[in-house]
Design a protein around this ligand. Structure first.
Ligand code: GLU
Length: 417
């Protein structure tokens, strides 16, 4: 089994453990781990050369005990049903951890967007949106961006859905362009929430801001904005950055905005003037105050966890750490801010966007940032306090809180009929 098809097993084991600690009966644990609804679609797209290509897409709705389903759509050649299942489940716990009235969902299409033209991407997106239209909607399941999808893709989904129902429905997706009912601050929201968590972790752990450094793996929306905000807002020195082709290191500090420009020009962060080229593996094992894995799943595993030298690990990606690595990092005294808390800023501002769309009333960037800060700071404190009280790592603490939240909602609603 390839590493990228493991996440569902990891996700199930995390819930099994939390469920046992909470004293839940096995039937309830099974209910918490099995996705409510799984949708697979195979659909044709006319390619630029005139040929027809059949794509496979998924939409998994894990749980909607606490409200409509919510979660992104991923375009990647390695997307699988198991991966989408795990990501959908993590959305359920993420929304519960930060108190959003949603259940979890995720979608994905097996494709390589880097090798597709804009026209092909648009036709594929519109057809996929039509295929999943029966199970999405502003009160049912609200997609959003994820890996290799962006505001443009969300605009196409919103338009396709709206054309089919005959009127504009901005609340059917979040992460849209501002001109179509998108929210201020959504683009950088995941990273801003992460920066707030890092700020709180440094405070409670007594880690000095002065001289603090960060290494960030991944230079997509989450990674690059995290690097920028850790520098701009927390005054940290960004000593290492990377993308899928490799990384760069400069002990004097990198300027993420300038590296972004360099990547736009050359296609990679590597070869950046003055910096040393390094591998992604080297980046993860570097001496630094904060390590931000913001790329793929399972990058911190039993193979490398004992060599991690960061004081704090802030999970920008979903599922970057395996359960074995969790144990090693905890024993080493490293503070790990788990994905379902650390990167929840994205879905939190998605929630703000949805609320604004449903009301046709829009908020300022300052209001968004203020509300996001309040939710992240409160959620961080709640998870941190639980970890201390139960003498467990922060991921286990977050699961104990989130699973309990969903179980309580399920019990209150009762088992139908
Ligand atoms: N894809 C993001 C995540 O994994 C955001 C989901 C959303 O905004 O609904 O949290």
């Amino acid at each position: 089994m390839s590493v990228r098809s493991d996440p569902y097993k990891v996700a199930v084991s995390q819930v099994q453990r939390a469920g046992e600690m909470l004293g839940l009966e096995q039937g309830m644990i099974d209910l918490m781990t099995r996705p409510k609804r799984e949708f697979t679609v195979n659909f044709p797209v006319r390619m630029d050369d005139g040929s027809i290509r059949v794509f496979t897409g998924f939409r998994v709705q894990h749980n909607f005990a606490r409200g409509p389903c919510k979660g992104g759509i991923r375009y990647h050649p390695a997307v699988s049903l198991d991966e989408v299942r795990a990501l959908a489940m993590w959305m359920t716990w993420k929304c519960a951890t930060v108190g959003l009235p949603y259940g979890g969902a995720k979608g994905g299409v097996i494709c390589n967007p880097k090798e597709m033209s804009a026209g092909e991407l648009e036709r594929m997106t519109r057809r996929y949106a039509s295929e999943i239209a029966p199970i999405i909607g502003p009160h049912v399941d609200i997609p959003a961006p994820d890996m290799y999808t962006d505001a443009q893709v969300m605009a196409w989904i919103m338009d396709t859905y709206s054309m089919n129902v005959g009127y504009s429905v901005p609340g059917v997706v979040t992460g849209k362009p501002i001109s179509l009912g998108g929210s201020e601050g959504r683009e950088e929201a995941t990273s801003r929430g992460l920066a707030y968590c890092v700020r709180e972790a440094m405070t409670v752990e007594g880690v000095q801001r002065e001289g603090a450094t960060a290494a960030v793996q991944g230079f997509g929306n989450v990674g690059w904005n995290a690097a920028r905000l850790l520098k701009e807002e927390l005054g940290m020195r960004i000593t290492a950055l990377s993308d899928s082709s490799g990384g760069i290191f400069d002990p004097a500090g990198l300027d993420p905005v300038d590296v972004y420009e360099h990547k736009r020009r050359t296609g990679s962060v590597q070869g950046y003037p003055e910096a040393l080229d390094i591998t992604n593996q080297e980046l993860l094992e570097m001496e630094c105050t904060v390590l931000v894995p913001a790329a793929l799943e399972n990058v911190l595993s039993s193979d490398n966890a004992d060599r991690v030298k960061a004081r704090i690990v802030a999970e920008g990606a979903n599922g970057p750490t395996t359960p074995e690595a969790d144990r090693v990092l905890y024993e080493k005294g490293i503070t790990l801010i788990p994905d379902i808390l650390c990167n929840a800023g994205g879905v939190t501002v998605s929630y703000f966007e949805w609320v604004q769309d449903l009301q046709f009333l829009f908020w300022s960037k300052a209001e968004i940032e203020n509300r996001l800060d309040q939710i992240m700071t409160y959620s961080f404190a709640r998870v941190y306090a639980t970890a201390g009280a139960k003498e467990v790592d922060m991921r286990t603490a977050a699961y104990l809180l989130a699973v309990d939240e969903v179980v309580q909602a399920t019990k209150m609603r009762g088992i139908y009929p």
